[in-house]
Design a protein around this ligand. Structure first.
Ligand code: G3I
Length: 359
């Protein structure tokens, strides 16, 4: 899209948004929104990503802002098995193709999320009628078809998401575990590697920065993978944090464990709850400043990692109203870097300051 002068660009956005076909309310950026601030991607020595949904690219456009600020895209939903795999060997490629095309048109890289997740296993596989061998072959076909289709276009994949139970670190008793056995993780990572010898393969999870049992389970998995030459390039720490928890040292401790193992680290789903206790009905200046300080500290800790271990930082959404947290927790929430009017919040400038002040 040819870059328009800021006011005209915002007017176009507003008209387009107001006419958006999607089910979402039109979010209109006011004329006053300045775009005269530095994009994170221009200040960062590593990719800075954003989770997007294909439906939001047309109905309530984010364009202009996305490519100004970010250099990577993660599909928030459409690349998961449940929306993508409509049946054995049947795929809803369109939305994924649109997201990948969107990113490529803006010179943005694409992180694939996620091949295997117990929460988005399609019914046809969850209730698979065939025997275990046929189940595993169906998984292999799926991973091979998806990874092969986007070979060279999707540079990294969350191969498995959230395999371990909260609090115990036990392996979740998913259909994959029940039908393929406790070593299904090793097998699906190898399937992804067989489909693309150069794509970066990640394990992605939440909780290792506050749940010792899950942290141990993930690190034990990494050690087992490395002992047995199972392909694994990095770990995604989802980073669904609040403005004041967990302690930064928990985050740096987990990252240092991964650095010791030579892995790339992806802060893969960063959002920063400003209202975890539901004490606010609007985002106060004080809480916004606390959110800013938190973002600056987290990005600063990531900047301090060795370059080889810094994969990317990805925000789990663009505008505050986009966030999954609002419906999930039922509180008013402002967890991202941009407000509903496309304006950068203090948290945005906390991220930028951490980048510009890094040693
Ligand atoms: O797009 C369809 C729409 O066509 C349909 O009418 C509507 C009614 O069901 O559903 C819409 O899909 C929803 C989708 O988000 C897009 O909005 C799904 O129901 C809903 O389950 C899905 O939620 C996503 C969730 O993962 C489950 O896939 C959230 O947006 C997304 O933020 C969340 O992200 C996860 C990460 O993948 C893994 N880590 C945790 C994180 C938060 O749960």
């Amino acid at each position: 899209m040819r870059r328009l002068a800021a006011p005209l660009f915002l007017l176009v956005c507003g008209i387009w948004a107001a006419c958006g076909k999607g089910s979402e309310p039109a979010i209109v950026a006011p004329e006053s929104t300045s775009t005269e601030y530095r994009g994170l991607k221009d200040a960062a020595p590593y990719p800075v990503g954003v989770a997007l949904q294909a439906s939001r690219l047309e109905s309530v456009p984010r364009n202009g802002l996305v490519e100004k600020v970010f250099s990577s895209v993660t599909a928030e939903y459409e690349m998961k098995m449940e929306p993508l795999s409509t049946g054995p060997g049947q795929y809803a490629w369109d939305a994924v193709d649109r997201l990948v095309d969107y990113a490529e048109a803006r010179n943005m890289q694409v992180h694939g999320h996620t091949l295997v997740w117990h929460q988005t296993t399609p019914a046809w596989l969850e209730n698979f009628a065939g025997d275990d061998a046929a189940f595993e072959e169906a998984v292999r076909v799926y991973i091979t078809d998806v990874v092969t289709r986007y070979r060279g276009r999707v540079i990294s994949w969350d191969v498995v998401n959230e395999a371990f139970e909260d609090g115990t670190g036990a392996l979740r008793n998913s259909a994959f575990r029940r039908r393929m056995g406790d070593d299904y993780l090793e097998r699906v990572f190898q399937m992804a590697r067989d489909a693309d010898p150069s794509v970066l393969l990640f394990y992605n999870d939440y909780g290792s920065i506050w749940d010792e049992a899950k942290k141990t389970a993930i690190l034990d998995m990494v050690d087992r993978f490395q002992t047995n030459d199972v392909p694994l390039d990095g770990v995604g720490l989802q980073m669904h944090v609040t403005y004041n928890s967990p302690p930064l040292e928990n985050i740096t401790d987990m990252m240092n464990e991964l650095v010791r193992r030579g892995l790339k680290i992806h802060m893969s789903e960063l959002d920063i709850r400003a209202n975890p206790d539901g004490d606010l009905t609007t985002l106060t200046a004080a809480r916004s400043e606390a959110q800013k300080a938190r973002v600056k500290a987290i990005v600063g800790a990531f900047n301090d990692l060795p370059e080889a271990n810094r994969f990317a930082i990805t925000l789990w959404g663009l505008l505050d109203p986009d966030s999954w947290l609002i419906e999930f927790w039922g509180n008013p929430e402002w967890p991202l870097l941009f407000d509903s009017q496309f304006r950068p919040k203090p948290a945005y400038f906390g991220f930028l300051e951490a980048l510009e002040e890094r040693s």
